[in-house]
Design a protein. Structure first.
Lengths: 996, 400
């Protein structure tokens, strides 16, 4: 007899029939009916109408019937809260049953009934059960606390259950300990700052003891909890490692991976010369290999984690290359991951084997996999110099197969190889050229065009080849167009005689017929360059290119450190910090590896303010060269001169560029029907700076230009500025607005900014210049710079999005974290057209102030997430508080007086603004532009007192008294506000507005 | 922790759902269906999916998808391991894990799920413990139940849950005390065209069936335990003893269980028991090709090779195959382009051979000559790794 009979519906009145059966006198019939009800419920049918009848069956001695009714209750109590009360008495009674099984069952079920009214009745029984003599009941009750917390967190805290739960960590039964830890971890997740799991050596010791004796699931909870602990010294660290190591031999792979996490983290603290350190390294490899023989789903998660481990400690798996060889019947997601790890492990010792494998893979059927395999061959060539020759010949073999996507992929990687090993493999160009016609993907076409342009002197018919591309110029993607433009200019510089016509054609196509600003700008620059000084042009365009680096796709070190702390979690699968995707309730908690004796890092407790984390990150990413560049830029900018920017150090290239901005260009502009206001990249106000300031291309190149980033190589104008250099250059602590205000900015710079933010200036409001919020290096090629403006009462976030990667970016979206003033996007991010490589786009995002509120530190900090088709990126920026000054911020004089008196003196704060040379009227006017209204002015003994008010969007009034003494450049300002926290921000704002 | 579970069949119907916390609408599965659509093959659906508010973790077993919904940061391996445990338990209870079996026993499955997880935390996942609380259906029991009104649900406290050895219940009694151990070894090997081993590893597992009364304490030792590269044990094995003496010492669960898994990697030479001579070629001229495969024994230590099966993934252009096997029979699936040759027992005197012609799609370019061959085989009574056979089994004490 099977349960399928419960599914046979006979007539329409099924519910009615069941009702009759439930109310039957016969026990047996009742039970059958309840079973039918449960069966319907499991398949998603709505049987909630039977609630009272089912609850009536609850008072029974039959354990099965009781369990079935409990099952039903858990599912439907929510929809029938009033009826659920009927069940309470039975629950309370069952909680005192002599049978611990029934006690546990009752307390467990009660916790699952998510009805507020019931939870009140639950407290007493739960308190008893938490102290029950039977460990089975205690462990069930521990979980019940977590359930209750989910329903009503306040109640749990008020009733003191959290403390009871903490006590259970010291319970004698390991299962109770494990469940208490699990419950506390879950509760802690929604209370990031609660410090619930206060780990100290004593509790750690208890956990380690329980670890050996509890179930596999309990071990996972305990290990994950241990991973949050930071040992005091290396001795403690070693002793914990020793006690965790046996878990590596557990049959449950989740236990193994959690143990690996603990070991990877605590290993950081061990001195490298310690014998134990070496032993531990050796012990880590076999379990990781064993994970790969498990089910494919487990393999996938294991591989994602191994990918991290290999990046952090390549020595662990360096001899295990073979286990990552792809098996024919691996699912595709496993294959792709294995391939990734193979490349990471590739070295001189194993390259022959790897190449042989990769070549096999390139003949497989799955297109994605084949592409990745071909790309992998290229990466091997770049990574292991000795293998480059073999890789190139393998790629040539693959090109001979004439399989379209293989050929295209091969050409893209060969271009990278050319860049890594110049003047070595150019003999293959002829073969590449044969396949010119079959290329239909932009990336491959761009790569091929680059090759043709770069080696134009060795390709006899280079002009014909390029001309053939030119025919359909307007149908090409921007990537190809830019590449074609550069290639033809290169060709012209190499063979000026035959190609004059061609270059003119492409320049006019780029400048006159294109509506892409990047293309146009680049066209103008070349045009100008060629017409003024061909020698300089040659030096610029044909300058030596920086070599590309071997390691690509590496996760940046700070992120990697954080991810290592999250081995085995979702974060490790997504390779994103948990703060990036875990929903709402959880605060941003950055985990750090403990400082190791070797690297000299200080031990840091997890810092909650993400701002610190974010602003700390960039210096680690930007290579030292970039820092140097940043310093240089700062130095150059510091002198406050009103004239044109200081002349750069003499170098041919820079002089050429310098000249570009001079009068010469005007003549060129004159020919145009609609000359843009400034010749260069009007879309990014700061970019015109760069031709003056930035050193020649080789200097600029950050060391981490990946092979995919072959990009314009010698790109002028904004492209040069695109690197991380600008991030460091403008705001030493990147992406923080006030910091960049404080940098004395030259007058020349100001003028340019005026042009950039024209509209804002017209209103008289000060709008800060755009700063780079998200450097391209941190965001896979997406650079975002921006600023905030307030126009006609609407706060807007103005951003320039620049694609510095090689692929087209689409699907942009934006989101804010909760912030002090509830700023939130009032609409979607309007980036309608896909953003082609090297293209910039302006986006204006209107903001509302009705979003969720959370106090930030500093107050005006805003954490932003931007998503595109590639990934999600995070940055934080600070908005000037004047954005929040409402237009109706002018207070009535009487009210002002009353309010000023009303606010206690403790709330008053005084600041000095130094070196401000405005008179009081000018200052008043200037401030008015930012919605700071002067209500009254009083002159006492040659000192002007301005009384001013402003109102924040959230209704907070700020009152100010500004004292200006003629002839004294130092102003004194007193601020009074009911929320004194804002004073500092407001003061900063005063300073910025008055000085600009 | 684990929020909800959906069971989905091959064609994408949700036929069972279970929520351990609040109810989540089944529309959350749409994200999964989308991914399933994209992946074409059910095996290729990524196991971890992100949706705006939830994470979906799936396993694919026995043509069923076990899809779990989680909301917070939970170790994905934990979830995957648990899902496999669910599938194992269903298999263990009903002998099979298929849609019809689950539908037939839906209430029992539901009760099992309820026992296995509480608020998303695993509760009782040991088969022994579960069976004590929810008795597996047997024909006899269902007859008795119908006659007497008894039930499948036990009314005792699962004693195992409280002791330090949760995997074994107290008071086991057998008239015949017996214990069986099966050593099952799988070789995973990749050979290149010329037959050289590119990669080989052995994955071993010791399955035990122990029916002993009381609380037996067993020890088991190996001839050459140094061969193992990595081992993982059932929780009952005392790890300290293994570390110091390389001896397995344990109090076994009652009934069937997996005692240990081990891994012998390619550092140790693995002998491949068969060799293959293959020639698959396609002609430049005309839409046809030729196939000739012979399989012979190699290092089988005198044991018979059984259940031999060759699977060839043909290039896309191959339309049909006209072949003659000297032994067994073959099928060619047009849709998946997979040729399967089921040979059966390998007779060393008369080597099985498959030869004939392949016809290709007219006009298609000449495919690659070397499609890969998968060879599956079984050899009874032979541990390929050679030595890891136990020699001593001592029962130290039995309380009865």
């Amino acid at each position: 007899m099977t349960d399928s009979k419960y599914f046979t519906t006979t007539k329409k009145g099924e519910i009615f029939e069941l009702k009759a059966e439930l109310n039957s006198d016969k026990k047996e019939k009742k039970k059958e009916a309840v079973k039918k009800v449960i069966a319907s419920m499991t398949v998603g049918k709505d049987v909630s109408a039977l609630f009272p009848d089912v609850v009536n069956c609850m008072q029974t001695d039959n354990l099965e019937l009781k369990k079935l009714v409990y099952l039903y209750l858990m599912n439907y109590a929510k929809s029938q809260p009033d009826m659920a009360i009927m069940a309470v008495n039975t629950f309370v009674k069952d909680c005192e049953d002599p049978n611990p099984l029934i006690r546990a069952l009752a307390v467990r079920t009660m916790g699952c009934i998510r009805v507020d009214k019931i939870t009140e009745y639950l407290c007493e029984p739960l308190r008893k059960c938490l102290k029950d003599e039977d460990p089975y009941v205690r462990k069930t009750a521990a979980v019940c606390v977590a359930k209750l917390h989910d329903i009503n967190a306040q109640l749990v805290e008020d009733q003191g259950f959290l403390d009871t739960l903490k006590d259970l960590i010291s319970d004698s039964n390991p299962m109770v300990v494990a469940n208490a830890v699990a419950a506390l971890s879950e509760i802690a997740e929604s209370h990031p700052n609660s410090n619930l799991l206060d780990l100290n050596p004593q509790t750690i010791n208890k956990l380690l003891t329980a670890l050996n004796e509890c179930t596999e699931w309990g071990q996972i909870f305990i290990l994950d909890c241990l991973a949050n602990y930071t040992p005091r010294d290396d001795r403690e660290s070693q002793s914990i490692c020793e006690r965790v190591t046996p878990r590596l031999s557990h049959a449950n792979s989740a236990v193994v991976l959690s143990a690996v996490k603990v070991l990877m983290k605590f290993m950081e603290m061990l001195p490298k010369d310690l014998d134990y350190y070496g032993t531990l390294l050796k012990k880590l490899a076999p379990p990781l290999v064993t994970l790969l023989s498990a089910e494919p789903e487990l393999q996938y998660v294991a591989l994602r984690n191994i990918n991290l481990i290999v990046q952090r400690r390549p020595e662990i798996l360096k001899h295990e290359m073979k286990v990552f060889f792809v098996k024919y019947n691996d699912p595709i997601y496993v294959k792709l991951e294995k391939l990734d790890i193979m490349i990471r492990l590739a070295s001189q010792a194993n390259i022959a084997q790897v190449l042989a494998e990769l070549k096999e893979y390139a003949t497989e059927v799955d297109v994605d996999f084949v592409r990745k395999a071909v790309r992998a061959i290229g990466r091997c060539a770049i990574k292991v110099e000795q293998s480059a020759e073999r890789c190139v010949s393998t790629l040539l073999d693959l090109i001979q197969t004439k399989v379209n996507y293989v050929v295209q992929e091969a050409i893209v990687v060969i271009k990278d190889i050319f860049r890594k090993y110049p003047n070595k493999y150019e003999s293959v160009i002829a073969t590449l050229c044969e396949n010119l016609d079959s290329l239909d993907e932009p990336e491959a076409r761009a790569a091929m065009i680059w090759i043709v342009g770069e080696y134009a002197e060795r390709i006899d018919n280079a002009d014909e080849l390029l001309e053939s591309f030119l025919e359909g110029f307007h149908d090409e993607s921007t990537q190809v167009q830019l590449q074609l433009l550069t290639a033809i200019v290169k060709l012209f510089l190499k063979k000026p005689t035959e190609t004059q016509e061609l270059v003119q054609q492409v320049l006019s196509l780029a400048t006159q017929d294109s509506d892409n600003p990047d293309l146009r700008d680049r066209g103008y620059i070349y045009w100008r360059l060629l017409s003024t000084d061909p020698v300089a042009a040659k030096e610029v365009v044909l300058a030596e290119k920086p070599l590309i680096s071997e390691e690509t796709d590496l996760i940046e070190p700070t992120l990697l450190e954080e991810l290592i702390c999250h081995i085995g979690t979702l974060a490790s699968v997504y390779h994103k910090p948990p703060s990036a995707f875990v929903e709402g309730s959880r605060g941003v908690q950055h985990k750090r590896l403990p400082g190791s004796t070797g690297s000299g890092e200080s031990v840091e407790s997890p810092d909650t303010g993400s701002a610190a984390g974010v602003s700390e990150a960039p210096p680690a990413v930007i290579p030292s060269q970039g820092d140097l560049l940043g310093d240089l830029l700062n130095l150059d900018l510091t002198p406050t001169t009103t004239g044109p920017p200081p002349p750069p150090a003499s170098s041919g290239m820079q002089l050429g560029a310098m000249d570009l901005l001079g009068g010469g260009l005007d003549s060129l502009m004159g020919d145009e029907s609609e000359p843009p206001p400034i010749p260069l990249r009007t879309d990014t106000p700061q970019s015109p700076q760069l031709p003056h300031q930035s050193p020649s291309p080789p200097d600029y190149s950050p060391t981490e230009v990946g092979p995919r980033d072959h990009a314009g190589l010698v790109k002028l104008g904004g492209d040069l500025g695109g690197g991380p250099a600008i991030g460091t250059g403008f705001g030493a602590p990147p992406a923080t607005m006030p910091a960049s205000f404080n940098v004395p900015v030259s007058g020349g710079l100001d003028d340019l900014f005026d042009l950039g933010g024209g509209v804002g200036m017209a209103m008289g409001a000060f709008n800060p210049p755009k700063t780079v919020w998200l450097p391209a290096m941190k965001a896979k090629g997406l650079e975002i710079s921006g600023t905030f403006v307030r126009r006609a009462g609407v706060i807007q976030m103005e951003m320039t999005l620049t694609n510095k990667a090689m692929s087209v970016m689409t699907d942009f979206a934006i989101q804010f974290n909760r912030n002090s003033f509830g700023l939130a996007p009032a609409g979607p991010l309007q980036v309608l057209s896909p953003l082609s490589p090297n293209q910039s786009i302006e986006a204006v995002l209107p903001l509302s102030t009705v979003g969720p509120v959370m106090k930030m530190e500093p107050l005006n900090n805003l954490q932003v997430a931007v998503k595109n088709n590639i990934d999600v990126f995070y940055f934080s920026c600070q908005y000037p508080i004047s954005m929040l000054f409402a237009e109706d911020g002018k207070m009535d004089r009487q009210v002002f007086l009353a309010t000023w008196k009303d606010i206690p003196n403790d709330n008053e704060s005084q600041f000095q603004i130094k070196d401000c040379h405005l008179n009081s009227d000018a200052a008043s006017n200037k401030l008015q532009g930012s919605n700071i209204f002067t209500i009254a002015k009083r002159t006492v003994e040659g000192q002007d007192m301005l009384y001013q008010s402003m109102k924040l969007t959230n209704g907070i009034w700020v009152l100010a008294e500004l004292r200006v003494q003629a002839g004294n450049p130092n102003y004194t300002i007193s601020l009074k506000c009911r929320a004194p926290e804002v004073s500092q921000c407001v003061f900063q704002n005063y300073e910025t507005v008055l000085k600009n | 922790m684990i929020h909800s579970l959906f069971l989905i069949n091959h064609s994408g119907d949700i036929f069972l759902e279970k929520h351990w916390k609040s109810v989540i609408s089944r529309s959350v599965c749409d994200y999964f269906f989308e991914a399933k659509e994209k992946a074409v093959d059910p095996e290729n659906v990524p196991p971890v999916l992100q949706t705006p508010h939830h994470y979906l973790i799936t396993i694919y077993r026995d043509k069923l998808f076990f899809l779990s919904v989680i909301q917070t940061e939970v170790p994905p391996l934990f979830v995957i391991e648990f899902l496999h445990r669910v599938a194992d338990t269903i298999q263990d209870y009903f002998g099979d894990c298929s849609e019809s079996v689950i539908k037939d026993n839906v209430v029992t499955v539901y009760e099992l799920l309820e026992e296995m997880l509480d608020n998303g935390f695993p509760l009782a996942t040991e088969s022994n413990v579960l069976k004590e609380m929810i008795r597996p259906p047997t024909i006899l029991r269902s007859v008795v139940n119908t006659l007497t009104g008894g039930s499948n649900v036990g009314d005792t406290l699962p004693t195992g849950q409280l002791s330090n050895i949760p995997w074994r219940r107290a008071g086991v009694k057998y008239t015949n005390n017996e214990a069986y151990f099966d050593v099952i070894e799988e070789i995973d090997a990749i050979l290149d065209k010329s037959g050289t081993t590119v990669f080989a590893e052995i994955q071993g597992v010791i399955e035990a069936c122990v029916r002993l009364s009381g609380m037996p304490d067993l020890t088991l030792s190996f001839m050459n335990p140094r061969l193992f590269d990595d081992v993982s044990f059932h929780p009952c094995v005392r790890f300290k003893r293994w570390e110091s003496e390389r001896i397995l010492s344990f109090i076994p669960p009652d009934g069937n269980f997996t005692l240990m898994n081990y891994h012998v990697s390619s550092q140790n030479l693995v002998a491949i028991p068969v060799y293959v001579k293959q020639s698959i070629s396609f002609f430049e001229m005309g839409p046809c090709g030729r196939l000739d495969i012979t399989i012979g024994p190699k290092q089988t230590m005198g044991k018979t090779v059984e259940a031999l099966m060759v699977t060839i993934h043909m290039p896309k252009a191959v339309l049909s195959a006209n072949l003659t096997p000297t032994q067994g029979n073959y099928t060619y699936d047009l849709a998946t382009k997979v040729l399967v040759w089921d040979i059966g027992k390998l007779n060393p005197q008369k080597l099985p051979n498959l030869r004939g012609s392949l016809s290709l799609q007219a006009g298609a370019p000449k495919p690659e000559d070397n499609p890969s061959l998968n060879i599956d085989l079984k050899i009874q009574q032979l541990a390929i790794s050679g030595t890891p056979c136990m020699v001593a089994l001592t029962v130290e004490r039995i309380f009865s």
